[in-house]
Write a protein that binds this ligand. Structure first.
Ligand SMILES: Nc1ncnc2c1ncn2[C@@H]1O[C@H](COP(=O)(O)OP(=O)(O)O)[C@@H](O)[C@H]1O
Ligand SMILES: Cc1ncsc1CCOP(=O)(O)O
Ligand SMILES: [Mg+2]
Length: 258
């Protein structure tokens, strides 16, 4: 059961991907009930696209901490306004975040205070490439140690680190960037897996990254076969998560431990 406080652009896809993965979803933002709802959930997902719900986020995050439930932070557009960065810093500095999942611009913005995110999209200059991979992985690991949170930085290459162990996952599809919500869905999936595996959040984050990359490939193959576009891709992505088998995943998963 994942309690999400998330933006109203992608909320339906977030609920559906949690259900597709075998979890249950509840979206709730009213300050009078959120602590109670978090207390009855296995994980809490906080998405900065719902910044109007700051008080609810804090109430929920404290309730999750009291119950030792993982809190997953999606710093959507963290570099696009000062308020977003400040709210993320407040949650991180209070030790309320278990896992951060963001694109490279968002994660670098949290680390450095830089403000060059293109809205919710990654800035091309920030992206992780094969050329800057080892330096990027080092920075992700450092950020994980500084915050005490597992960090999942997504993009063409995903990097996951708990400060001791760092993994790189390749694959997925370029088309994932041409729909809104692929990042929010990955955050939701991460929350579902963290709720199911609270003892090993690094493993849960690697699983979420691997499932999303695998399903991105399966969905892309399907839209190419059917000559379909991005709206169908979004549907096919959720379909792929709901139909994924262990052997599909084992056949496609590419995890490199650095
Ligand atoms: N160029 C790409 N090639 C393959 N997969 C990608 C690419 N860009 C993003 N992804 C995948 O899309 C999903 C969302 O990541 P991302 O685009 O970084 O999130 P956000 O929507 O927050 O910017 C992740 O599963 C990531 O691995
Ligand atoms: C477009 C938009 N604006 C505020 S939140 C949001 C959705 C961002 O979703 P994602 O980061 O998963 O593409
Ligand atoms: Mg995002």
């Amino acid at each position: 059961m994942v309690h999400s406080i998330t933006n109203n652009v992608t909320v339906n896809d977030c609920a559906n991907i949690i259900l597709a993965a075998g979890g249950s979803a509840i979206m709730a933002q009213d300050e009078r009930e959120v602590a109670e709802i978090t207390s009855r959930s296995d994980a809490l997902s906080l998405n900065m696209g719902a910044l109007r719900a700051q008080e609810a986020m804090l109430l929920s995050a404290h309730a999750a901490k009291r119950r030792k439930r993982p809190v997953i932070l999606d710093p959507v557009a963290a570099g696009a306004s000062r308020l977003r960065g400040e709210m993320c810093a407040r949650l991180l500095e209070a030790g309320l975040v278990s896992v951060v999942r963001g694109n490279a611009s968002e994660v670098w913005a949290l680390m450095t205070g830089a403000q060059h995110t293109l809205g919710v999209e990654v800035n091309a200059l920030d992206q992780v490439t094969e050329q800057n991979l080892s330096e990027s992985a080092r920075r992700v690991s450092l950020f994980s140690r500084e915050t005490g949170a597992v960090v999942l930085l997504s993009g063409a290459l995903d990097i996951v680190s708990d400060g001791k162990c760092t993994a790189v996952l390749r694959g997925g599809s370029e088309m994932m960037r041409r729909i809104t919500g692929a990042g929010c869905m990955l955050t939701s999936l991460t929350a579902a897996y963290c709720g199911a595996n609270p003892e090993n959040l690094f493993e849960a984050a690697v699983a979420a990254s691997g499932v999303m990359k695998t399903c991105g490939e399966l969905a892309y193959r399907r839209v190419c076969e059917e000559m379909e576009g991005t709206a169908s891709f979004r549907t096919r992505l959720i379909d792929a998560v709901s139909m994924l088998t262990g052997s599909d995943l084992a056949a496609k998963l590419r995890v490199q431990i650095l």
